[in-house]
Design a protein around this ligand. Structure first.
Ligand code: ADP
Length: 163
């Protein structure tokens, strides 16, 4: 039985994330999308908003659950009795950090292994940061995020600009 956690900031969820969720959920028995509640970063969306968007876009994926977590990922994995961590790899630049994280996590919790999925070619350039940058300059983000997320990003950016 493989219960996996796909952790991330998901600020906001992109089509690249959805692609990983879809593909990972086809290989594991259960996939928990773990939304990191990280006080150190200043996210555009609150953790509840990010969880809400992920729940909406994964509603049709039967093996997927969305939850938030704070603190160490390995502790969350232990708490959820998960044995696998899923991460997406876009480019060589992701690799060094991801390898270091995977090895650190394994050192801290030898019961958990990390599984990497290579990004689908059409999303290899895509990141939440790029989506936010494009939206801040009123660019078209329809090709980057799931349909229900488009308006939410545009609204949030408008609010931020008005502050
Ligand atoms: P983090 O802040 O932990 O990097 P992200 O929300 O940016 O969280 O990403 C979560 C995971 O999704 C990471 O493993 C990242 O490599 C992966 N990911 C992000 N964008 C893409 C994409 N376009 N294609 C494949 N994987 C991606």
């Amino acid at each position: 039985m493989i219960r996996a956690i796909y952790p991330g900031s998901f600020d906001p969820v992109t089509l690249g994330h959805v692609d990983i969720i879809k593909r990972a959920s086809q290989t594991v028995d259960e996939l928990i999308v773990g939304v990191l509640n990280n006080g150190a970063k200043a996210p555009l969306f609150s953790v509840d908003e990010r969880v809400g968007m992920l729940k909406e876009v994964t509603a049709d994926f039967p093996k997927v659950r969305v939850m938030c977590f704070s603190g160490l990922l390995v502790d969350f994995a232990r708490q959820m009795q998960a044995n696998t961590i899923v991460r997406g790899l876009r480019a060589i630049s992701d690799f060094e950090y991801e390898l270091q994280m995977a090895q650190t996590n394994r050192k801290m919790n030898p019961d958990v292994d990390t599984m990497f999925l290579a990004t689908s070619l059409e999303y290899s350039y895509l990141s939440s940061t790029i989506v936010k940058e494009v939206a801040f300059f009123d660019g078209d983000i329809r090709e980057f995020v799931p349909e229900p997320v488009i308006l939410k990003v545009q609204e949030k950016v408008r609010e931020r600009k008005a502050q």
